[in-house]
Design a protein around this ligand. Structure first.
Ligand SMILES: NC(=O)c1ccc[n+]([C@@H]2O[C@H](COP(=O)([O-])OP(=O)(O)OC[C@H]3O[C@@H](n4cnc5c(N)ncnc54)[C@H](O)[C@@H]3O)[C@@H](O)[C@H]2O)c1
Length: 274
């Protein structure tokens, strides 16, 4: 599959990952927030490797369009998985249950669950509204817990859950108190889930990206001075690509990570250290 090539300062060339994971074909994944950005890249990448995907998003029209486009592109690839578009609001526990039931009904098993949906409101502390803080914690934190509950109720030993944390879990910047605290909660929740779900043989890890080239970071990518300042605090001095985060996801879902649980894997160009 081809990826659109980003252009402009701070952007990266999207190069395909070449690592092979022969245990993946035939497995089944649920990915939330998959209409665009990293979630869409994860769905495409897993399906290319033979994993069937139930891809959920609040934005039904965009999710359907993305799944149609990806399925069309995958149709010519032997052994590719199929992508089923679903509507989900991750703040509602019963909608996670419906997503999990859809995976079982369509494909008969559930191996992977990626709690990817997230929101990023920008407001400094005096201006954060009750609605903003509640929405951020509801989508970013409750959404992860509800997803893990729905997944764990149906998963077999050897299954894996991956949550999207952020470098913002460990590094704070002005205007991000709601987001940073929500992602710190995701990192901690990942550890709690790993401890409890280990009894069922389910691994739970997180990915902690830095600046990645998606709509969520468009505001800074389109502001050259702000981007230059942000990249000063990135040792590799560039924004990452969804493909580079997908490499981390593949590893965490794969048998190569079978003794890894409760870990947050940074994919941030080193920015957590600055
Ligand atoms: N882009 C970055 O630089 C970056 C960095 C660190 C962490 N993250 C995290 O990675 C994840 C994916 O980020 P992205 O950049 O691809 O974001 P994005 O904004 O491109 O896509 C997020 C998707 O989540 C969906 N969504 C929002 N609220 C939802 C809800 N209640 N229920 C279901 N779906 C919902 C949106 O419709 C959207 O399609 C998020 O959790 C984000 O916080 C992103």
């Amino acid at each position: 599959m081809s990826n659109p090539e980003p252009t402009g300062p701070g952007r990266v060339q999207h190069q395909p990952m070449t690592a092979q994971y022969p245990e993946l074909p035939g497995k089944v994944a649920v990915i939330t927030g998959a209409a665009r950005g990293m979630g869409a890249r994860f769905a495409a990448g897993l399906a290319t490797r033979g994993v069937h995907v139930v891809a959920g998003d609040l934005d039904t029209a965009a999710m359907t369009a993305t799944a149609d486009e990806l399925n069309t592109a995958l149709a010519g690839e032997p052994g590719a998985g199929r992508i089923k578009a679903s509507t989900v609001d991750v703040t509602r526990a019963e909608e996670h249950t419906a997503l999990a039931q859809r995976a079982m009904a369509e494909f008969g098993r559930l191996d992977f669950w990626v709690n990817n949906a997230g929101i990023f409101p920008f407001a400094e502390v005096p201006d954060i509204t009750p609605e903003q803080i509640r929405a951020t914690l509801s989508v970013n934190v409750e959404g992860v817990l509800f997803g893990a509950q729905a997944a764990a109720a149906r998963m077999q030993p050897g299954s894996a859950i991956v949550n999207m944390a952020s470098v913002s879990a460990v590094r704070v910047r002005k205007g991000r108190a709601a987001y940073c605290s929500s992602k710190a909660a995701v990192a901690h929740l990942t550890e709690s889930l790993a401890v409890e779900l280990g009894d069922q043989g389910i691994r739970v890890n997180a990915i902690a990206p830095g600046y990645i080239d998606t709509e969520m970071t468009r505001w800074i990518q389109d502001d050259a001075p702000a981007l230059a300042k942000a990249l000063d605090a990135v040792p590799l001095h560039r924004i990452g690509s969804p493909e580079e985060v997908f490499g981390a996801l593949l590893f965490l879902l794969s048998d190569s990570a079978r003794y890894v649980t409760g870990h947050s894997l940074a994919v941030d160009g080193g920015s957590r250290h600055v």
